[in-house]
Design a protein around this ligand. Structure first.
Ligand SMILES: Cc1cc2nc3c(=O)[nH]c(=O)nc-3n(C[C@H](O)[C@H](O)[C@H](O)COP(=O)(O)OP(=O)(O)OC[C@H]3O[C@@H](n4cnc5c(N)ncnc54)[C@H](O)[C@@H]3O)c2cc1C
Ligand code: SF4
Length: 350
């Protein structure tokens, strides 16, 4: 790793004013050029950023450390039942938060399944949503691929067993964030602070971008912008959410396939609304719209859950080595829908 300067930020606004590039922009420039070495980047937990620096994939002049900013910490419930989760809240804090586990269960479950206990203690929600993809060619200094500004995708003719089965034209990364799958199903929004002081809220669905819109980045974060929080709307009392995944190892690993399901059911088990998102399937968390449409207005049972699992695969285009993901996604979705619709245990003492 090259030498770099270290600058603790006194406030989110000061951090925004200091930072001059996103990590995706810094990775676009070949690392031995003078402009690549002028990057000033924001660092939260440092789990992903320091990895990229150690691999020589990014070579910043300075890191602006936001990890001690109290304004970006913590989980707060607003009067209407919505949640504001500060960008520096760790995955471990999200997984363990009793209120969140009750009201937005899919997010707590996704956070609990990400990485390992040590990483969850360090990894922040903001950094997790903004981590770079795991494609091994992207992560190899020897491969100057399309996403880093090169002229070639190595995955199509190479090893693509962990790559996307949807929207994989041009670049076939899968989005790396496990919590993002649940956050999209729960209709999350990110709160962003611009270097000139403007604040904006963006639905996650519009925040993440597919390669067809921009090959070089995974989201619309602008240079210098700080992700300050994630907001989740209140869930109706009849709504239940579930996150399921399958990975090669139970811990310390990204999923091979994942699904988050949010169902709003009436007393007779009829589904009033379904929100279903697939993870590890596409370059951004992937809404399974056909499955949502199939379940909305239907009674949830084994038959409709299985049909939803099949419907979710509409438009899939697996690569040479990753068709195995399709039955995994369909089965996870069927199980998650049935779990979300299952009678809930009565609270103790009732
Ligand atoms: C072995 C291993 C297994 C893992 N498994 C999983 C897994 O299963 N699921 C999963 O989701 N992740 C997994 N991860 C990834 C890990 O969760 C992320 O690297 C971590 O969450 C990044 O968070 P951080 O706070 O350390 O971010 P940092 O490394 O500090 O930052 C990441 C990026 O975000 C930017 N950034 C950070 N915070 C902000 C902010 N508030 N505003 C603007 N920009 C910001 C930084 O500039 C950088 O580009 C794994 C990692 C390892 C090493
Ligand atoms: S899938 Fe994307 S990140 Fe991976 S080699 Fe191809 S262009 Fe690069």
């Amino acid at each position: 790793m090259e030498a770099f300067q270290w600058q603790p930020a006194p406030s989110p606004a000061a951090a925004a004013a200091l930072v001059n590039q996103t990590t995706a922009e810094a990775m676009l420039t070949l690392q031995d050029t003078p402009s690549a070495q002028q990057a000033v980047l924001v660092k939260a937990g440092g789990v992903d950023l320091l990895d990229l620096m150690k691999e020589g994939l990014v070579n910043p002049r300075r890191l602006v450390d936001i990890s001690r900013l109290a304004e970006l910490q913590g989980i707060a419930r607003e009067g209407d039942g919505s949640l504001r989760i500060g960008a520096l809240t760790t995955l471990a804090q999200i997984a363990a938060h009793p209120g969140l586990r009750q009201s937005h269960a899919a997010l707590a479950q996704a956070a609990a399944m990400a990485a390992s206990p040590q990483i969850r203690n360090r990894a922040t929600l903001g950094g997790n949503l903004l981590q770079r993809p795991r494609c091994w060619y992207l992560r190899s200094a020897a491969h100057h691929c399309l996403r880093k500004g090169g002229g070639h995708c190595f995955a199509f003719a190479g090893d693509n067993r962990y790559h996307a089965v949807f929207a994989n034209h041009g670049c076939a990364i899968v989005h790396p964030s496990t919590p993002a799958t649940a956050l999209l199903a729960l209709q999350g929004r990110v709160e962003l602070l611009h270097p000139q002081g403007r604040r904006r809220q963006v639905p996650l669905e519009d925040f993440f971008v597919l390669p067809e819109a921009d090959m070089h980045r995974e989201n619309i974060l602008a240079a210098g912008e700080i992700l300050t929080a994630v907001r989740l709307p209140p869930q109706s009392p009849a709504s239940r959410s579930v996150y399921f995944q399958v990975a090669e190892r139970e811990a310390f690993d990204w999923p091979l396939a994942a699904v988050a399901v949010v169902l709003d059911l009436d007393a007779a088990g009829l589904c009033r609304q379904a929100s279903i998102v697939l993870g590890a399937a596409a370059p951004a968390p992937w809404r399974a719209r056909q499955a949502e449409a199939l379940l909305t207005g239907a009674t949830v049972n084994e038959e409709t859950a299985m049909a939803a699992g099949e419907a979710a695969l509409a438009g899939a285009a697996p690569l040479a080595q990753n068709a195995y993901k399709l039955p995994m996604l369909a089965t996870l979705l069927r199980r998650a829908v049935l779990a979300a619709a299952a009678p809930q245990p009565r609270p103790q003492g009732s």
